[in-house]
Write a protein that binds this ligand. Structure first.
Ligand code: PEP
Ligand code: MN
Length: 336
């Protein structure tokens, strides 16, 4: 961290300030005295340094971080990839490709069990399905709630597929005890109280990128979970808001190699919510695998025109079968 002091800084103010920084944050300080200003370089772990406190001091002209504000999610401090074990047969981030597939919303036992069996046949290794749905309209289908969780468990029993489903509030954490992967949706990426509580669990977390979140903000949200002691975090790129309106969101393909460089956490890509259109799912998913994603999460519905949510972006089981086979072949070709 680099701090530029105002030319008017008196020697005793400088001394008091540097002593406070050393005592409060345990950093070492290098000082350069220029003709017009003094520059301080903070050396050591600056993740705990409160940049707003520094900016607010009268003697400070400007301050700039040169090191990332996240530590546990940072590849610099953890060079090896993190692999998140979900079950005896599913580990994400170990170099293999995992496809999570299923409907946007769990709608009935017949629907979720039928889709689970079919996507498993096509190569999916996890079942997705929303029981608590964050909908833009309060009048839209809000999910089957705890009954939806029970149906996911039934589908897991029938197929053995681990289940991935979204949590929306802290008070539901106990209800999610038996879920294999807890999804934090884009709208809750900065629900810090939820992130802190999930940090106290040992559940694998699928942390979706916020609609308008920068990569650094997203990694700071991962840091919230990890700071609590839970390092089983997977980051999910699901498209971001841009000026483009043709697609529901814009899939940020570059986020995949960027996250891989900055962090050791696995990256999952959701082409369905990025695209908003089923025909776009395949090319986006293929691009994600080519760019190094560890997994995909894809919406599949038995009857998309009658889906209770996100029908337009849902693949039919037959379409998913074709897409999954191409994705798995591409992954194989890339690893050979
Ligand atoms: C979902 O997965 O159904 C969902 C609501 O996703 P997102 O949070 O990315 O919009
Ligand atoms: Mn959806």
């Amino acid at each position: 961290m680099i701090i530029v002091l105002k030319p008017s800084t008196a020697p005793e103010q400088l001394l008091a300030f540097t002593e406070k920084l050393k005592n409060d944050y345990g950093v070492r300080i290098n000082r350069w005295d220029g003709v017009h200003s003094t520059v301080l370089g903070l050396i050591g772990d600056t993740t705990q340094v409160d940049i707003e406190y520094i900016e607010a001091q009268d003697i400070v002209e400007s301050v700039k971080r040169v090191q990332e504000p996240y530590k546990k999610a940072n590849r610099k401090f953890h060079p090896e990839n993190t692999a998140v074990k979900i079950s005896d047969t599913v580990t994400i981030g170990d170099g293999s490709l995992h496809i999570m597939a299923g409907p946007c919303s769990v709608e009935s036992e017949e629907q979720i069990v039928g889709i689970a069996k079919s996507v498993q046949q096509s190569g999916a290794t996890l079942l997705r399905g929303g029981a608590f749905k964050p909908r833009t309209s309060p009048y839209a289908f809000q999910g089957l709630k705890s009954a939806g969780l029970d149906l996911l468990k039934t589908a897991r029993k029938e197929t053995g597929l681990p289940i991935v489903t979204e949590i929306m509030r802290v008070s539901h954490i106990d209800m999610f005890e038996n879920v294999d992967v807890i999804q934090v949706g884009a709208r809750n990426m900065q629900n810090f109280e939820l992130l802190k509580e999930l940090g106290k669990t040992d559940k694998p977390i699928l942390l979706k990128r916020g609609l308008s979140a920068t990569i650094e903000e997203w990694l700071m949200s991962a840091e919230y979970i990890m700071a609590g002691g839970n390092d089983k975090v997977m980051l999910c790129e699901r498209g971001i808001r841009t000026y483009e309106t043709f697609t529901r969101n814009t899939l940020d393909i570059s986020a995949i190699p960027v996250i891989k460089r900055l962090s050791h956490l696995p990256v999952i890509v959701d082409p369905s919510h990025a695209a908003g259109k089923s025909w776009l799912v395949e090319p986006l998913a293929m691009a994600a695998v080519a760019a190094g994603a560890d997994g995909l999460i894809i919406e599949v519905h038995n009857d998309p025109p009658h889906a209770l949510s996100d029908g337009a972006q849902s693949l039919t089981p037959q379409q998913f079968d074709g897409v999954a086979s191409k994705l798995l072949s591409l992954k194989k070709a890339l690893t050979q």
